[in-house]
Design a protein. Structure first.
Length: 125
């Protein structure tokens, strides 16, 4: 990847300004991992410019007794259909009702052959 993208702080989810300026990344695996996390955290119809984008959390996931197979299918498809991802090699999900969070841990191979390993994304609900 020769283009640069804004770097996102993995702890806060905000733009990384740790050196008192916006930081950029040209690392493809960092960019794709950030993009996957953004896509997983976008609820269906949350973005007003395209209400068809996002994950149907309220309809299919954050309900009483969700179909865990369907949840896995939806979220692994989000990962797989992210530009630059060739295949999902690991997928684990945990729904913790006490902390009200859905945690997804995934690994994937990029079209360039690079690997994103054991990336964890927590979606509060």
């Amino acid at each position: 990847m020769t283009a640069k993208a804004l770097l996102i702080d993995p702890t806060t989810g905000d733009l990384d300004i740790s050196q008192h300026r916006l930081r950029l990344t040209s690392d493809r695996s960092t960019y794709v991992a950030q993009r996957i996390e953004q896509r997983l955290k976008l609820f269906l119809a949350e973005w007003y410019l395209n209400v068809r984008k996002g994950v149907p959390y309220f309809r299919d996931i954050l309900i009483k007794n969700p179909d865990l197979g369907l949840v896995q299918s939806i979220l692994s498809t989000v990962i797989l259909t992210t530009n630059g991802v060739a295949q999902v090699t690991k997928y684990e999900q945990t729904i913790d009702t006490s902390t009200r969070a859905l945690t997804v841990v995934f690994s994937c191979t990029l079209v360039t052959g690079e690997i994103i390993a054991n990336r964890s994304v927590s979606i509060p609900f």
